[in-house]
Design a binder for this molecule. Structure first.
Ligand code: MN
Ligand code: MN
Length: 366
């Protein structure tokens, strides 16, 4: 059987419709149709963003917007444009009751002239935007939740659902090829944009993450702030063949969550953006609702593990729309090891010296 030919004939919409039929052969027609229409609009938003990004400097869309978002981060022009594209493409269809964007403090209310639907859409319209000016992969991340029954004007509390409540999660990656990778709770599937026909086709069915790995990703410039568990884990990786792990590791760091997640879904690995000791009130850097939850959902659906370092990310009860969280994900055995190290090291060991007898730069197997 020619797999290549059969995959290129499976457009994303047909895949999702057939998947829904398999899961539930007698669905309530309006709900199934509404969900497919929602994902169609998300896919259109991603195509629009891909087109804009593909033009690069020609579209006059690069550089700073001169504004800052709710987190006080400087916005790129593309952050603002991608947010507008997501909102405009998804507000009118009647599938949504509300949206939350990284770029907007309050939930986005569906304009009055449009009907309300039963889903909530949460998104990071442009992830890794610091990469855009250097022409490195960026992405969009999205998460779909059910709007609570009877609610047509969702308030902040209606969006504060744990990651395990997601109906669908995914991302688009705008790399050398544009892809959408998503899950509706039945495995993770990747679709590649065929620019000639303007459609995403199934190219990566049933992605699985190998249980172990010898590749890790962390921003090592923060190492002086790391807690003991992360120090120990990285120290043991760096010690390589002669260390306690008995093998050499490679390190990667792209500084774009989507690109890191994509690499791990394609060939395995482990990613860490841990809590550190800089500011105890900030438990991490990545945002729970529209970064860690959707990526965590994909990772778990692909057989990997997603964690805060202490607890599964999908079980974290959200307390704020733009809440940050520590995030460790990837190969199941590696994430479980990191969780074990977190349990093994208590608060008293926070003062482990960087160069001391038990510090980061000693030989670990002596
Ligand atoms: Mn982001
Ligand atoms: Mn962003």
């Amino acid at each position: 059987m020619n797999h290549e030919a059969s995959f290129t004939q499976m457009p994303i919409t047909r895949f999702l419709i057939e998947e829904q039929r398999r899961i539930n052969p007698a669905p309530e027609a309006s709900r199934a149709g509404s969900f497919i229409a929602l994902i169609n609009d998300v896919r259109l938003a991603c195509k629009r963003i891909a087109t804009l990004i593909g033009k690069g400097a020609l579209a006059n869309a690069l550089g700073e917007a001169g504004t800052s978002n709710v987190q006080g981060e400087a916005q790129k022009r593309l952050d603002v444009l991608a947010h507008d594209i997501f909102v405009r493409t998804n507000e009118w269809g009647g599938q949504l009751a509300g949206m939350v964007s990284e770029e907007q403090e309050a939930p986005y209310a569906i304009p009055e002239q449009y009907p309300r639907g039963r889903y909530l859409l949460l998104f990071d319209p442009l992830d890794g935007s610091s990469n855009i000016d250097v022409n490195v992969s960026v992405g969009s991340i999205f998460s779909v939740l059910r709007c609570p029954e009877g609610v047509s004007e969702p308030s902040v509390g209606d969006f504060l659902q744990p990651g395990c409540a997601q109906v669908c999660a995914g991302y688009a990656i705008y790399g050398p090829a544009t892809m959408i990778v998503l899950s509706t709770g039945h495995g993770v599937h990747g679709f590649t944009l065929d620019r000639e026909i303007g459609e995403f086709s199934l190219t990566h069915p049933n992605l699985r993450i190998p249980q172990s790995t010898s590749e890790f990703a962390i921003n090592a410039s923060n190492s002086r702030y790391w807690e003991p568990a992360i120090r120990r884990y990285v120290q043991e990786c760096l010690a390589g063949q002669s260390g306690p792990r008995g093998k050499d590791f490679n390190m990667r760091w792209i500084a774009s969550l989507v690109a890191e997640a994509h690499r791990i879904l394609m060939r395995g690995g482990v990613f860490m953006y841990p809590r550190d000791r800089r500011d105890p009130s900030r438990p991490g850097r990545l945002r729970l609702l529209y970064e860690a939850n959707p990526i965590g959902y994909l990772i778990e659906q692909a057989g990997g593990r997603a964690s805060t370092g202490l607890t599964p990310i999908l079980e974290v009860p959200p307390s704020a729309l733009h809440q940050r969280v520590s995030f460790v994900f990837g190969a199941r055995e590696e994430v479980e090891r990191i969780e074990r190290y977190h349990r093994d090291h208590n608060e008293f060991e926070l003062d482990v010296p960087l160069f001391g007898a038990r510090g980061l730069f000693t030989t670990p197997n002596v």
